[in-house]
Design a protein around this ligand. Sequence first.
Ligand SMILES: CC(C)(COP(=O)(O)OP(=O)(O)OC[C@H]1O[C@@H](n2cnc3c(N)ncnc32)[C@H](O)[C@@H]1OP(=O)(O)O)[C@@H](O)C(=O)NCCC(=O)NCCS
Length: 432
Amino acid sequence: MSSATPQGIGLEFFAAEQVARGPEEGWVSFSRAVGRGFHDPGTDADSEKILAEMDLKDGVQYIGAYDRSALAPSLHVSDPVGTYQYYPGTLNVGGPKNLAVHQITAVTVSPTHRRRGILRSMITSHLEQAERAGVPVAVLTATEATIYGRFGFGLAAEQCRFELNVEQGARLRRPHTGSVVAVDPASIEEQMLALRVEHQRLTVGAVSHRSFDIGRDIGAWENHGNLKPVKNLRAAVHYDAHGTADGYLTYTFDGWTKEPATMSVKTLCTTNGAARLELLDYLGAHDLIKRVTGSAPVDDVLPIALENPRAYRVLGRDDHLWLRILDLPAALSARTYYGDAQLVVSVRDELGYTAGTWQLQVVDGSMVVARVEGQDPEVWLDCRELASLYLGTRSATQLADAGLLDTATPQLLTVLDRVFAGRQAPYCQVDF
Ligand SMILES: CC(C)(COP(=O)(O)OP(=O)(O)OC[C@H]1O[C@@H](n2cnc3c(N)ncnc32)[C@H](O)[C@@H]1OP(=O)(O)O)[C@@H](O)C(=O)NCCC(=O)NCCS
Protein backbone atom coordinates (compact mmCIF):
# COMPACT_ATOMS: atom_id res chain seq x y z
CA MET A 1 0.00 0.00 0.00
CA SER A 2 1.26 3.54 -0.60
CA SER A 3 -0.18 7.00 -0.12
CA ALA A 4 0.27 10.56 -1.44
CA THR A 5 2.93 12.53 0.44
CA PRO A 6 5.24 15.53 0.00
CA GLN A 7 6.73 15.77 -3.46
CA GLY A 8 9.34 13.13 -4.25
CA ILE A 9 8.56 11.12 -1.11
CA GLY A 10 6.79 7.76 -1.12
CA LEU A 11 5.32 6.04 1.92
CA GLU A 12 5.74 2.30 2.28
CA PHE A 13 3.78 0.25 4.77
CA PHE A 14 5.00 -3.10 5.97
CA ALA A 15 4.22 -5.47 8.78
CA ALA A 16 6.34 -7.37 11.24
CA GLU A 17 5.34 -10.63 9.49
CA GLN A 18 7.55 -9.57 6.62
CA VAL A 19 10.59 -9.80 8.86
CA ALA A 20 9.57 -13.18 10.31
CA ARG A 21 12.53 -14.93 8.76
CA GLY A 22 14.95 -12.53 10.39
CA PRO A 23 15.96 -8.95 9.70
CA GLU A 24 16.29 -8.42 5.97
CA GLU A 25 17.73 -5.28 4.40
CA GLY A 26 14.44 -3.34 4.56
CA TRP A 27 14.17 -3.89 8.30
CA VAL A 28 17.86 -3.17 8.92
CA SER A 29 17.78 0.11 6.99
CA PHE A 30 14.56 1.12 8.80
CA SER A 31 16.10 0.34 12.19
CA ARG A 32 19.30 2.18 11.21
CA ALA A 33 17.25 5.29 10.34
CA VAL A 34 15.39 5.15 13.68
CA GLY A 35 18.73 4.92 15.52
CA ARG A 36 20.06 7.95 13.65
CA GLY A 37 16.84 9.88 14.35
CA PHE A 38 17.32 9.49 18.10
CA HIS A 39 21.13 9.86 17.96
CA ASP A 40 21.54 6.30 19.24
CA PRO A 41 24.60 4.14 18.63
CA GLY A 42 23.98 1.48 15.99
CA THR A 43 23.23 -2.15 16.79
CA ASP A 44 25.13 -5.28 15.75
CA ALA A 45 23.65 -8.13 13.68
CA ASP A 46 22.86 -10.30 16.74
CA SER A 47 20.95 -7.44 18.37
CA GLU A 48 19.08 -6.73 15.13
CA LYS A 49 17.91 -10.34 15.00
CA ILE A 50 16.56 -10.19 18.57
CA LEU A 51 14.90 -6.79 17.99
CA ALA A 52 13.25 -7.98 14.76
CA GLU A 53 11.92 -11.08 16.54
CA MET A 54 10.47 -8.90 19.30
CA ASP A 55 8.82 -6.64 16.71
CA LEU A 56 7.20 -9.72 15.23
CA LYS A 57 6.03 -10.93 18.65
CA ASP A 58 4.58 -7.49 19.47
CA GLY A 59 2.85 -7.14 16.08
CA VAL A 60 4.75 -4.00 15.09
CA GLN A 61 3.72 -2.25 11.85
CA TYR A 62 6.07 0.08 10.01
CA ILE A 63 5.63 3.16 7.86
CA GLY A 64 8.76 4.27 6.02
CA ALA A 65 9.02 7.47 3.96
CA TYR A 66 11.48 7.03 1.08
CA ASP A 67 13.05 9.75 -1.03
CA ARG A 68 12.60 8.57 -4.62
CA SER A 69 14.94 11.27 -5.91
CA ALA A 70 17.86 10.62 -3.54
CA LEU A 71 21.25 10.89 -5.19
CA ALA A 72 23.99 8.29 -4.68
CA PRO A 73 26.11 8.11 -2.68
CA SER A 74 23.73 8.95 0.16
CA LEU A 75 22.07 7.07 2.97
CA HIS A 76 18.70 8.09 1.55
CA VAL A 77 19.08 5.75 -1.41
CA SER A 78 18.62 2.78 0.91
CA ASP A 79 17.29 4.14 4.21
CA PRO A 80 13.93 5.78 4.84
CA VAL A 81 13.97 9.54 5.44
CA GLY A 82 10.99 9.15 7.74
CA THR A 83 10.17 6.30 10.15
CA TYR A 84 7.01 5.52 12.11
CA GLN A 85 5.89 2.40 13.95
CA TYR A 86 2.73 1.37 15.71
CA TYR A 87 1.55 -1.79 17.39
CA PRO A 88 -1.63 -3.01 19.06
CA GLY A 89 -1.72 -2.44 22.79
CA THR A 90 -4.12 -1.71 25.62
CA LEU A 91 -4.72 1.24 27.92
CA ASN A 92 -6.38 1.37 31.33
CA VAL A 93 -8.92 4.19 30.91
CA GLY A 94 -10.56 3.63 34.29
CA GLY A 95 -13.24 1.23 33.15
CA PRO A 96 -14.01 -2.43 33.77
CA LYS A 97 -11.46 -3.58 31.18
CA ASN A 98 -8.51 -2.18 29.28
CA LEU A 99 -9.22 -0.43 25.98
CA ALA A 100 -7.61 -1.58 22.70
CA VAL A 101 -5.29 1.14 21.41
CA HIS A 102 -2.51 1.67 18.90
CA GLN A 103 0.80 2.62 20.50
CA ILE A 104 2.90 4.84 18.24
CA THR A 105 6.68 4.84 18.43
CA ALA A 106 9.97 5.28 16.50
CA VAL A 107 8.82 8.54 14.85
CA THR A 108 11.77 10.21 13.11
CA VAL A 109 12.41 12.37 10.08
CA SER A 110 15.89 12.87 8.71
CA PRO A 111 17.31 16.38 9.36
CA THR A 112 17.77 16.75 5.59
CA HIS A 113 14.01 16.31 5.09
CA ARG A 114 12.47 17.91 8.17
CA ARG A 115 9.56 20.37 8.06
CA ARG A 116 8.33 19.28 4.67
CA GLY A 117 5.27 17.50 6.02
CA ILE A 118 6.69 13.96 6.22
CA LEU A 119 5.59 13.41 9.83
CA ARG A 120 2.20 14.86 8.96
CA SER A 121 1.76 12.45 6.06
CA MET A 122 2.88 9.42 8.13
CA ILE A 123 0.70 10.18 11.15
CA THR A 124 -2.41 11.18 9.21
CA SER A 125 -2.10 8.02 7.06
CA HIS A 126 -1.82 5.91 10.18
CA LEU A 127 -4.69 7.59 12.04
CA GLU A 128 -6.96 7.12 9.00
CA GLN A 129 -6.07 3.43 8.87
CA ALA A 130 -6.55 3.02 12.62
CA GLU A 131 -9.95 4.66 12.56
CA ARG A 132 -11.03 2.48 9.61
CA ALA A 133 -9.87 -0.58 11.55
CA GLY A 134 -12.06 0.44 14.50
CA VAL A 135 -9.25 1.39 16.89
CA PRO A 136 -10.83 3.93 19.27
CA VAL A 137 -7.69 5.57 20.63
CA ALA A 138 -4.03 6.07 19.67
CA VAL A 139 -1.34 6.84 22.26
CA LEU A 140 2.30 7.87 22.25
CA THR A 141 5.03 9.36 24.39
CA ALA A 142 6.73 12.43 22.96
CA THR A 143 10.27 13.79 22.86
CA GLU A 144 8.81 17.32 22.78
CA ALA A 145 5.48 18.58 24.12
CA THR A 146 4.85 20.82 21.11
CA ILE A 147 4.64 18.23 18.33
CA TYR A 148 1.43 16.22 18.60
CA GLY A 149 -1.29 18.62 19.78
CA ARG A 150 -1.86 19.70 16.18
CA PHE A 151 -2.81 16.11 15.38
CA GLY A 152 -5.43 16.03 18.16
CA PHE A 153 -3.32 14.38 20.88
CA GLY A 154 -3.91 15.65 24.41
CA LEU A 155 -1.97 15.09 27.61
CA ALA A 156 -3.21 11.92 29.31
CA ALA A 157 -0.60 11.17 31.99
CA GLU A 158 2.27 13.00 33.60
CA GLN A 159 5.27 11.64 35.45
CA CYS A 160 7.63 13.11 38.00
CA ARG A 161 11.24 12.38 38.91
CA PHE A 162 11.89 12.26 42.62
CA GLU A 163 14.86 12.10 44.95
CA LEU A 164 14.61 10.61 48.43
CA ASN A 165 17.19 11.44 51.08
CA VAL A 166 17.89 8.15 52.86
CA GLU A 167 20.90 9.16 54.97
CA GLN A 168 18.87 7.94 57.95
CA GLY A 169 16.82 5.44 55.94
CA ALA A 170 13.48 6.20 54.33
CA ARG A 171 11.70 6.17 57.74
CA LEU A 172 8.12 5.22 56.93
CA ARG A 173 5.55 6.19 59.55
CA ARG A 174 3.87 2.80 59.42
CA PRO A 175 5.61 -0.53 60.06
CA HIS A 176 5.91 -2.95 57.15
CA THR A 177 2.94 -5.21 56.49
CA GLY A 178 4.83 -7.48 54.09
CA SER A 179 8.37 -8.58 53.35
CA VAL A 180 11.05 -7.92 50.73
CA VAL A 181 13.49 -10.43 49.27
CA ALA A 182 16.49 -9.72 47.05
CA VAL A 183 16.45 -11.77 43.83
CA ASP A 184 18.40 -12.26 40.63
CA PRO A 185 16.40 -10.23 38.08
CA ALA A 186 16.72 -13.03 35.52
CA SER A 187 15.00 -15.46 37.90
CA ILE A 188 11.65 -13.63 38.17
CA GLU A 189 10.59 -13.14 34.54
CA GLU A 190 7.27 -14.95 35.05
CA GLN A 191 6.50 -12.92 38.18
CA MET A 192 7.37 -9.71 36.35
CA LEU A 193 4.97 -10.52 33.53
CA ALA A 194 2.13 -11.32 35.93
CA LEU A 195 2.78 -8.23 38.09
CA ARG A 196 2.93 -5.92 35.06
CA VAL A 197 -0.46 -7.19 33.90
CA GLU A 198 -1.94 -6.73 37.38
CA HIS A 199 -0.35 -3.28 37.77
CA GLN A 200 -1.88 -2.19 34.46
CA ARG A 201 -5.29 -3.55 35.47
CA LEU A 202 -5.18 -1.38 38.59
CA THR A 203 -3.60 1.80 37.21
CA VAL A 204 -5.44 4.36 35.09
CA GLY A 205 -3.12 5.59 32.34
CA ALA A 206 -1.05 2.40 32.26
CA VAL A 207 -0.39 0.89 28.82
CA SER A 208 0.75 -2.58 27.87
CA HIS A 209 4.48 -3.26 27.90
CA ARG A 210 6.72 -4.40 25.04
CA SER A 211 8.80 -7.57 24.99
CA PHE A 212 11.80 -5.21 25.11
CA ASP A 213 10.71 -3.93 28.54
CA ILE A 214 10.82 -7.40 30.08
CA GLY A 215 14.27 -8.07 28.57
CA ARG A 216 15.47 -4.84 30.17
CA ASP A 217 13.89 -5.73 33.54
CA ILE A 218 15.61 -9.14 33.66
CA GLY A 219 18.95 -7.51 32.82
CA ALA A 220 19.27 -9.00 29.31
CA TRP A 221 19.98 -5.51 27.90
CA GLU A 222 19.86 -1.78 28.56
CA ASN A 223 17.74 0.84 26.85
CA HIS A 224 20.13 1.68 24.02
CA GLY A 225 22.81 0.20 21.84
CA ASN A 226 23.69 -3.45 21.42
CA LEU A 227 21.70 -5.94 23.45
CA LYS A 228 24.29 -7.00 26.01
CA PRO A 229 23.57 -8.36 29.51
CA VAL A 230 23.66 -5.73 32.27
CA LYS A 231 25.99 -6.68 35.12
CA ASN A 232 24.99 -4.23 37.83
CA LEU A 233 21.19 -4.61 37.70
CA ARG A 234 19.67 -5.74 41.02
CA ALA A 235 16.10 -6.73 41.84
CA ALA A 236 13.77 -7.35 44.77
CA VAL A 237 10.27 -8.76 45.17
CA HIS A 238 7.69 -7.71 47.75
CA TYR A 239 5.35 -10.26 49.33
CA ASP A 240 2.21 -9.29 51.22
CA ALA A 241 1.30 -10.69 54.65
CA HIS A 242 -0.18 -13.80 52.97
CA GLY A 243 2.98 -14.52 51.00
CA THR A 244 1.62 -13.33 47.65
CA ALA A 245 4.04 -11.41 45.41
CA ASP A 246 2.57 -7.93 44.91
CA GLY A 247 5.45 -5.91 43.49
CA TYR A 248 8.96 -5.95 42.11
CA LEU A 249 11.79 -3.49 41.82
CA THR A 250 14.86 -3.31 39.58
CA TYR A 251 17.62 -0.86 40.41
CA THR A 252 21.25 0.04 39.93
CA PHE A 253 23.90 1.70 42.07
CA ASP A 254 25.10 4.86 40.29
CA GLY A 255 28.76 4.26 41.24
CA TRP A 256 31.23 5.63 43.79
CA THR A 257 32.10 8.65 41.67
CA LYS A 258 28.60 10.08 42.13
CA GLU A 259 28.01 12.17 45.24
CA PRO A 260 25.85 11.51 47.22
CA ALA A 261 25.90 7.71 46.80
CA THR A 262 22.66 6.91 44.93
CA MET A 263 20.45 3.96 44.07
CA SER A 264 18.42 4.52 40.88
CA VAL A 265 15.07 2.83 40.53
CA LYS A 266 14.72 1.35 37.03
CA THR A 267 11.33 -0.34 37.29
CA LEU A 268 9.03 -0.25 40.30
CA CYS A 269 5.93 -2.25 39.45
CA THR A 270 3.52 -2.77 42.31
CA THR A 271 -0.14 -3.58 42.81
CA ASN A 272 -0.74 -1.64 46.04
CA GLY A 273 0.68 1.21 48.11
CA ALA A 274 2.36 -0.94 50.77
CA ALA A 275 4.38 -2.87 48.19
CA ARG A 276 5.63 0.38 46.65
CA LEU A 277 6.54 2.01 49.97
CA GLU A 278 8.23 -1.07 51.36
CA LEU A 279 10.32 -1.68 48.23
CA LEU A 280 11.54 1.94 48.37
CA ASP A 281 12.20 1.55 52.08
CA TYR A 282 14.29 -1.53 51.26
CA LEU A 283 16.40 0.60 48.88
CA GLY A 284 16.82 3.26 51.56
CA ALA A 285 18.01 0.61 54.01
CA HIS A 286 21.19 -0.13 51.99
CA ASP A 287 24.22 0.89 54.04
CA LEU A 288 26.38 3.66 52.50
CA ILE A 289 23.51 4.84 50.27
CA LYS A 290 22.35 8.44 50.76
CA ARG A 291 19.87 8.97 47.92
CA VAL A 292 17.23 7.04 46.03
CA THR A 293 15.98 8.40 42.71
CA GLY A 294 13.15 7.25 40.48
CA SER A 295 9.94 8.07 38.62
CA ALA A 296 6.57 8.44 40.26
CA PRO A 297 2.98 9.48 39.71
CA VAL A 298 2.45 13.21 40.20
CA ASP A 299 0.23 12.45 43.22
CA ASP A 300 2.87 10.17 44.78
CA VAL A 301 1.87 9.19 48.33
CA LEU A 302 5.49 8.54 49.37
CA PRO A 303 6.02 11.96 51.04
CA ILE A 304 2.76 11.51 53.00
CA ALA A 305 4.03 8.15 54.26
CA LEU A 306 7.38 9.51 55.56
CA GLU A 307 8.38 10.69 59.04
CA ASN A 308 10.13 13.53 57.24
CA PRO A 309 8.17 14.57 54.12
CA ARG A 310 10.99 16.98 53.22
CA ALA A 311 13.28 14.02 52.59
CA TYR A 312 11.32 13.68 49.32
CA ARG A 313 11.99 16.18 46.57
CA VAL A 314 10.42 16.42 43.13
CA LEU A 315 13.24 16.96 40.63
CA GLY A 316 10.99 17.47 37.62
CA ARG A 317 7.48 16.97 36.32
CA ASP A 318 6.72 16.28 32.67
CA ASP A 319 4.10 15.18 30.22
CA HIS A 320 4.38 11.48 29.49
CA LEU A 321 1.39 9.82 27.77
CA TRP A 322 -0.45 11.57 24.91
CA LEU A 323 -3.82 10.31 23.73
CA ARG A 324 -5.81 10.81 20.52
CA ILE A 325 -9.49 9.85 20.46
CA LEU A 326 -10.53 8.42 17.09
CA ASP A 327 -13.91 6.93 18.00
CA LEU A 328 -15.54 9.15 20.61
CA PRO A 329 -18.50 6.91 21.60
CA ALA A 330 -16.28 3.81 21.89
CA ALA A 331 -13.61 5.65 23.89
CA LEU A 332 -15.86 7.51 26.32
CA SER A 333 -18.16 4.58 27.00
CA ALA A 334 -15.16 2.46 28.06
CA ARG A 335 -14.54 4.21 31.39
CA THR A 336 -16.48 4.49 34.63
CA TYR A 337 -17.82 7.89 35.74
CA TYR A 338 -19.15 9.37 38.97
CA GLY A 339 -22.75 10.43 39.48
CA ASP A 340 -25.50 10.87 36.89
CA ALA A 341 -25.52 13.66 34.31
CA GLN A 342 -26.71 14.68 30.87
CA LEU A 343 -24.63 17.12 28.83
CA VAL A 344 -24.49 18.38 25.25
CA VAL A 345 -20.88 18.92 24.26
CA SER A 346 -19.40 20.53 21.17
CA VAL A 347 -16.01 19.11 20.18
CA ARG A 348 -13.53 20.77 17.79
CA ASP A 349 -11.26 18.41 15.91
CA GLU A 350 -9.14 19.60 12.98
CA LEU A 351 -8.79 16.07 11.64
CA GLY A 352 -12.53 15.52 11.99
CA TYR A 353 -12.66 12.23 13.91
CA THR A 354 -14.48 13.54 16.98
CA ALA A 355 -15.81 16.83 15.62
CA GLY A 356 -19.45 17.69 16.22
CA THR A 357 -22.08 17.94 18.91
CA TRP A 358 -22.50 15.01 21.25
CA GLN A 359 -24.91 14.12 23.99
CA LEU A 360 -23.20 12.47 26.96
CA GLN A 361 -25.57 10.68 29.27
CA VAL A 362 -24.17 9.20 32.48
CA VAL A 363 -26.28 6.76 34.46
CA ASP A 364 -24.90 4.59 37.28
CA GLY A 365 -21.33 5.30 36.25
CA SER A 366 -21.76 4.32 32.57
CA MET A 367 -21.77 6.83 29.74
CA VAL A 368 -23.87 6.56 26.59
CA VAL A 369 -22.70 8.84 23.79
CA ALA A 370 -24.80 9.90 20.80
CA ARG A 371 -24.20 12.41 18.03
CA VAL A 372 -26.97 15.03 18.09
CA GLU A 373 -28.11 17.69 15.68
CA GLY A 374 -30.23 20.73 16.40
CA GLN A 375 -29.46 20.78 20.12
CA ASP A 376 -27.64 23.74 21.60
CA PRO A 377 -24.28 22.74 23.09
CA GLU A 378 -23.57 23.72 26.70
CA VAL A 379 -19.88 22.72 26.80
CA TRP A 380 -17.25 23.59 24.17
CA LEU A 381 -13.75 22.13 23.95
CA ASP A 382 -11.10 20.80 21.56
CA CYS A 383 -10.43 17.06 21.24
CA ARG A 384 -7.00 17.70 22.84
CA GLU A 385 -8.70 18.84 26.04
CA LEU A 386 -11.23 16.02 25.83
CA ALA A 387 -8.27 13.61 25.96
CA SER A 388 -7.11 15.25 29.22
CA LEU A 389 -10.60 15.29 30.70
CA TYR A 390 -11.17 11.68 29.68
CA LEU A 391 -8.68 10.08 32.08
CA GLY A 392 -9.07 12.76 34.75
CA THR A 393 -5.63 14.23 33.98
CA ARG A 394 -7.12 17.72 34.10
CA SER A 395 -10.43 18.79 35.62
CA ALA A 396 -12.96 20.83 33.66
CA THR A 397 -12.35 23.71 36.09
CA GLN A 398 -8.61 23.63 35.37
CA LEU A 399 -9.24 23.56 31.62
CA ALA A 400 -11.75 26.42 31.89
CA ASP A 401 -9.30 28.46 34.00
CA ALA A 402 -6.70 27.86 31.29
CA GLY A 403 -9.15 29.21 28.71
CA LEU A 404 -9.47 25.86 26.97
CA LEU A 405 -13.01 24.82 27.88
CA ASP A 406 -16.22 26.88 27.94
CA THR A 407 -19.54 26.13 29.57
CA ALA A 408 -22.93 27.78 29.27
CA THR A 409 -23.13 28.09 33.09
CA PRO A 410 -20.56 27.85 35.92
CA GLN A 411 -22.60 25.00 37.49
CA LEU A 412 -21.72 22.79 34.55
CA LEU A 413 -18.08 22.87 35.62
CA THR A 414 -19.06 21.30 38.94
CA VAL A 415 -20.98 18.58 37.08
CA LEU A 416 -18.06 17.88 34.71
CA ASP A 417 -15.54 17.84 37.57
CA ARG A 418 -17.60 15.26 39.44
CA VAL A 419 -18.39 13.08 36.44
CA PHE A 420 -14.82 12.89 35.06
CA ALA A 421 -12.99 12.79 38.42
CA GLY A 422 -10.40 10.07 38.90
CA ARG A 423 -9.29 8.54 42.20
CA GLN A 424 -5.63 8.93 41.28
CA ALA A 425 -3.64 10.90 38.76
CA PRO A 426 -3.19 8.70 35.67
CA TYR A 427 0.23 7.08 35.65
CA CYS A 428 2.07 5.38 32.81
CA GLN A 429 5.45 3.84 33.58
CA VAL A 430 6.06 2.36 30.15
CA ASP A 431 8.30 4.34 27.80
CA PHE A 432 7.69 3.64 24.15
C1 LIG B 1 9.62 15.58 15.22
C2 LIG B 1 9.89 15.20 13.78
C3 LIG B 1 9.50 13.73 13.56
C4 LIG B 1 9.03 16.11 12.88
O1 LIG B 1 9.08 15.66 11.55
P1 LIG B 1 8.79 16.66 10.29
O2 LIG B 1 8.65 15.83 9.09
O3 LIG B 1 9.80 17.75 10.29
O4 LIG B 1 7.38 17.27 10.68
P2 LIG B 1 6.35 17.90 9.63
O5 LIG B 1 7.13 18.66 8.58
O6 LIG B 1 5.41 16.87 9.14
O7 LIG B 1 5.60 18.90 10.56
C5 LIG B 1 4.25 18.81 10.85
C6 LIG B 1 3.91 19.93 11.79
O8 LIG B 1 4.53 19.72 13.03
C7 LIG B 1 5.36 20.83 13.37
N1 LIG B 1 6.53 20.29 14.05
C8 LIG B 1 7.30 19.29 13.61
N2 LIG B 1 8.27 19.04 14.50
C9 LIG B 1 8.09 19.89 15.53
C10 LIG B 1 8.77 20.13 16.73
N3 LIG B 1 9.85 19.40 17.05
N4 LIG B 1 8.30 21.08 17.53
C11 LIG B 1 7.24 21.81 17.20
N5 LIG B 1 6.53 21.63 16.07
C12 LIG B 1 6.97 20.69 15.24
C13 LIG B 1 5.68 21.50 12.07
O9 LIG B 1 6.01 22.85 12.24
C14 LIG B 1 4.40 21.31 11.31
O10 LIG B 1 3.43 22.23 11.77
P3 LIG B 1 2.21 22.73 10.87
O11 LIG B 1 1.75 21.54 10.06
O12 LIG B 1 1.21 23.17 11.87
O13 LIG B 1 2.81 23.79 10.03
C15 LIG B 1 11.39 15.38 13.41
O14 LIG B 1 11.74 16.73 13.65
C16 LIG B 1 12.35 14.49 14.16
O15 LIG B 1 12.67 13.42 13.68
N6 LIG B 1 12.83 14.89 15.36
C17 LIG B 1 13.83 14.12 16.11
C18 LIG B 1 13.27 12.80 16.64
C19 LIG B 1 12.02 13.05 17.45
O16 LIG B 1 12.02 13.83 18.38
N7 LIG B 1 10.93 12.33 17.10
C20 LIG B 1 9.67 12.43 17.77
C21 LIG B 1 9.52 11.26 18.65
S1 LIG B 1 8.12 11.38 19.70
